[in-house]
Write a protein that binds this ligand. Structure first.
Ligand code: HEC
Ligand code: HEC
Length: 131
């Protein structure tokens, strides 16, 4: 009984590890299509930005911005097929500019402790103008 519980936990954990490493690793552990974030960003930092700033900040799931591959039906994270992803890039640049130009934050980076971040405006909603 105890043994089978332990086994189930192990199976679940192994599954989670496998899942997160396939989601966040592309080839040699490098990301293919970063235009705003640093190209050498660590998996951990990218994961935190996607989950905390973007998913929680806008109250959406990954597929709000990321398109599905038509053949495999898996999310293709490097694809720019969804316009929301491109809007998110404009928003990232805008957010960095606001911090730099109006709050004198030197070398602002998405995911750092910024003065203005996605959550400041979005508050868990994709459309802040509808409050
Ligand atoms: C609000 C939109 C948005 C949401 C939600 C979002 N992402 Fe992203 N994601 C982006 C943008 C924009 C980029 C590209 C950033 C850049 O160009 O620097 C990106 C890039 C990535 C990349 C790098 C792909 C590559 O190889 O270039 C991965 C992996 C990724 N996201 C995973 C996720 C996961 C997993 C989730 C859900 C937990 C998620 N994203 C949620 C907008 C989003
Ligand atoms: C200064 C306030 C502000 C900040 C900061 C901000 N946004 Fe926005 N965002 C808005 C507003 C307002 C809209 C709606 C614009 C419209 O509908 O024309 C919007 C719309 C969006 C959309 C489009 C939603 C849709 O359904 O089309 C995305 C995606 C988005 N923001 C992502 C982000 C991300 C990611 C960040 C952080 C990097 C961010 N925003 C930071 C104000 C902000």
């Amino acid at each position: 009984m105890l043994l089978s519980v332990k086994f189930k936990i192990l199976v679940v954990l192994t599954g989670l590890v496998a899942m997160s490493s396939t989601v966040f690793r592309t080839g040699e552990g490098e990301f293919k299509n970063l235009q705003v974030l640093p190209k050498n960003i660590s998996q951990k930092d990218l994961q935190e930005i996607m989950a905390d700033d973007f998913e929680d900040g806008l109250g959406v799931a990954c597929n709000f911005c990321h398109a599905e591959d038509k053949d495999t039906h898996h999310i293709d994270y490097a694809s720019d097929a969804k316009p929301e992803k491109q809007i998110a890039r404009y928003m990232m640049r805008m957010t960095l500019d606001i911090n730099k130009d109006y709050f004198q934050k030197k070398n602002p980076l998405i995911g750092d402790s910024l003065i203005i971040n996605c959550t400041t405006c979005h508050r868990g909603q994709p459309h802040p103008e509808n409050f």
